[in-house]
Design a protein around this ligand. Structure first.
Ligand code: DGL
Length: 264
């Protein structure tokens, strides 16, 4: 019975739609409720308590819709609060991993860069992964100030995005970085410009596929996976402008869906 219930996914905005795309590809029979808190975006510069209380509202909204599992498609919220959610709520939670491990495995120069929000860098998860996987690797961290806002405005291919990425990535490359981790779910939408700015010379690590694979593993383990007969439904909610989400969905969604603007 529970198998038919939807997966819930949320982010501070449209960034998690990139994760949704991977989940949908890997788990095509699953219904999904996606919550974009674009009205309160960005979370990366909020205090931990503010980000935590916004995230709890998002979770409680998704739980009212009977979501059987929740994907925190936001590195910032994962960094600030995933342990808190796992002890407070009964459903399984999947968080975003700071992908230092795959980056450390792929770099040949032994120098990697990480682009994320400040709250993500300050979190325990990042420090733990750093200690565990960055042995013998130089890690260059760079907060991506302003990038989330540009993606939220649909300006991911703008001149401004290009100049910010030049400012953030070129100094790392001068130091020998050959691999970059996209530590915020909004950043994969900047991949095209990142490739342009770096002349396609960096290996880009985007953890979305790994997160989708982990979602599938946990659904199987908890006997929550939808069977092939399920007719999946896709429902999107935003606290911001519908038009922005619509724009992303017109590129990313190949199935019928409903989109609503809400207040929580
Ligand atoms: N997509 C969020 C993340 O992965 C963006 C954070 C923000 O709202 O600043 O961290």
């Amino acid at each position: 019975m529970m198998q038919k219930y939807p997966i819930g996914i949320f982010d501070s905005g449209v960034g998690g739609l990139w994760v949704l795309k991977e989940i949908k590809k890997l788990l095509p029979c699953e219904s999904i409720n996606y919550f974009a808190d674009s009205g309160n975006c960005p979370y990366g510069s909020k205090t931990k308590d503010e980000a935590l209380s916004l995230a709890k509202k998002n979770i409680e909204f998704l739980l009212k819709l009977k979501c059987k599992l929740i994907v925190v498609a936001c590195n910032t919220v994962t960094a600030v609060a995933i342990d808190n959610f796992r002890s407070k709520y009964k459903v399984p939670f999947i968080g975003m991993e700071p992908a230092i491990k795959p980056a450390a495995m792929q770099t040949t120069s032994k120098k990697i860069g990480i682009l994320a929000t400040e709250n993500t860098f300050n979190g325990r998860l990042f420090k733990q992964s750093f200690e565990k996987y960055a042995n013998g690797i130089d890690v260059f961290v760079q907060p991506g100030h302003g990038l989330v806002e540009l993606v939220e405005q649909g300006r991911q291919n703008s001149k401004k995005a290009q100049s910010l990425l030049e400012e953030y990535l070129l100094p790392m490359m001068e130091k020998g970085v050959d691999t970059i981790v996209l530590g915020c779910t909004h950043y994969p939408f900047l991949k095209q410009i990142i490739k342009k700015v770096t002349k396609n010379t960096l290996t880009i690590i985007d953890p979305a596929h790994a997160v989708a694979a982990q979602t599938k593993r946990i659904l199987l383990e908890c006997d929550l996976i939808s069977n092939a007969g399920n007719d999946p439904k896709f429902h999107f909610y935003t606290t911001g402008e519908k038009t922005i989400v619509e724009k992303f969905l017109s590129h990313e969604m190949d199935s019928p869906y409903r989109l609503e603007q809400i207040q929580v």
